[in-house]
Design a protein around this ligand. Sequence first.
Ligand SMILES: [Zn+2]
Length: 319
Amino acid sequence: MGKPFASSADLADKARSFEELAPGVYALTAEGDPNVGAVEGEDFLVCFEAMATPVAAREWLALLRERTGKPVRYLVLSHYHAVRVLGASAFGADVVVAHEKTRELIAERGVEDWASEYARMPRLFKEPASIPGLTWPTLTFGDRVAIDLGGDRGTLELHHCGRGHTEGDLVAWLPERRVMFAGDLVESQAALYTGDAFHRDWAGATLDRVASFGAETLVGGRGAVARGRAEVDAAVAQTRDFLRVMLRETGGVRERGGTLKEAFERTHRALAPRYGAWPIFEHCLPFNVSRLWEELDGVERPRVWTAERDREVWEQLQG
Ligand SMILES: [Zn+2]
């Protein structure tokens, strides 16, 4: 008997931790569910990530409203994945900010990604009928953009560090506090999803660039907040190691003329001792190895995941 599809059998609510990382800098983590954050400006809020539905987002906003009533001027989206963007309407933000590639990816594959992620992780889609449609960024950038927080609060910088988890990831960096929100470019004690990734860029120059900021507090895409340089370095190193093991094992099978199924099994065996118990490991790995196999075959941009293709790959590798 095969494993239940993706995270379709993961229906238990996760314990949430709402933390103030520095004055006016907030994060909500939840045992491996997608993390969200917020930064207070002088008379407005910047929110980071939007959750999967407006109803889910309103639960997060209710927690935030216990600390501040400032209106949300900016909603920053780290990348295009549905579980991070489709709750956007709940924020009432004046400006929705993303990388220019993220906007293109939403136009190209946002509908398919919505269906795919809903089937993979139904629990995150609280009251899916509350989603009014795709989320469209209203401010996009290529390399970097800065948001003046007003008063003596400094700036919040948004940087594109290269291709990684997707083609258009951004990180949010608060230089005054040395706090980074890294989106899914860094995971802290959670498995990586690489089904839309550029593994070689991510494991190399992109993570080098993320690390070069020297963050002292880092909120990754999933998992606990990394506090202090040692934990931040460990989260970056874990992310890089996961990618390198995938490249070595899947690449090795490919060079020997093996099959995708063999690559999946070898990669699984190599990763499982260290990462097998971490959130979404079993869920992600078939999609991860499929994408890496194609990347190594010279398929430049990740193929679109549809609900149908998800099931085929699952049956082939985890069934
Ligand atoms: Zn993602």
